[in-house]
Design a protein around this ligand. Structure first.
Ligand SMILES: [Zn+2]
Length: 294
């Protein structure tokens, strides 16, 4: 058994939530931020909402919404996943969850589409988060190549997408909220995704982080002999893998002791993860606090 297949220690669920984000590499051009997967057609009207003033003076006013944009898919092999995502209203559900939780100063558009590259990214030019179908396909192929059957690979793919999607949402809110980020924004976005997954999404959140960790590990192994891009703003896949495990372990060391005893997370790192996780929670809870609706 592959030691990196963290998800094998979890009961596999079939939940189909989308709300993740990811960051492989920022290969797209311009000033957009990173990584990606899929969607299609029907643009929603921009919201004309007037800023609702919160009664708590420490809260920010809400003058924007997470919106959904469906574009026509042009790649035949993505027609089915596109139809499924639309029929299941996955983006609409994610937008609704986010709108219930967070105030926004301006609209942020969520979309999935075929991008001609395996990527997901936040584009500050039109305030949109895009998940490319190619990235979803890439995840699915990775999990299949690592030994998962079709059904499991499909569900791991959606779990990893949830992590990536929230990573991209993190870039979007860092931009829109003008949050002060000290250090590497890519790492901050990973930690924001881990924070939301672990604090808000329960077991589905844990599955999202572990699926992303698996994807990082599979990718790292595949590229083991390739020259690493040390200049890239993303951390190395190996580091993102251990950081992801550290967040899960740190969120509940006794519950996730198996990550250490089974050799996934070295003891030397694990011992500091509860403190590391608490600092992440304190930082993101503080930064998002003024924008939270409840
Ligand atoms: Zn990123």
């Amino acid at each position: 058994m592959n030691r990196n297949s963290i998800n094998l220690i979890l009961a596999l669920g079939t939940l189909f939530l989308v709300a993740g984000c990811f960051c492989n590499s920022d290969r797209n051009t311009g000033s957009t931020r990173d990584d990606g997967p899929v969607f299609s057609n029907s643009s929603q009207p921009a919201s004309n909402k007037t800023a609702s003033k919160p009664s708590d003076p420490n809260k920010k006013s809400d003058s924007g919404d997470f919106l959904v944009d469906h574009e026509d898919v042009s790649t035949p092999k993505y027609v089915e996943i596109d139809r499924q995502i639309k029929d299941e209203k996955l983006l609409e559900k994610a937008a609704s969850q986010l709108n219930a939780a967070l105030s926004l100063p301006e609209d942020i558009t969520l979309r999935t589409k075929d991008c001609k590259e395996a990527n997901a990214y936040y584009d500050p030019n039109d305030s949109s988060v895009t998940m490319c179908y190619e990235l979803m396909e890439h995840f699915y192929a990775s999990f299949r190549s690592n030994g998962s059957n079709e059904k499991d690979a499909y569900s791991q793919m959606f779990d990893a997408v949830r992590f990536v999607f929230l990573h991209e949402i993190a870039h979007a809110i860092i931009d829109k909220y003008k949050l002060p980020i000290i250090g590497n924004e890519e790492d901050a976005a990973d930690r924001c995704s881990a924070y939301i997954n672990l604090e808000e999404l329960g077991q589905d959140g844990v599955k999202a982080i572990l699926a992303a960790a698996d994807a990082f590990a599979i990718e790292s192994k595949r590229n083991a002999n390739a020259k690493k891009n040390m200049a890239d703003e993303h951390l190395l896949g190996e580091q993102r893998y251990y950081n992801a495990l550290c967040m899960v372990y740190g969120s509940n060391a006794s519950k996730w002791e198996k990550l250490v005893t089974d050799g996934y997370l070295p003891k030397e790192r694990a011992v500091r993860c509860p403190t590391e996780y608490q600092k992440t929670v304190d930082a993101w809870a503080g930064l998002l606090g003024p924008w939270r609706k409840n």
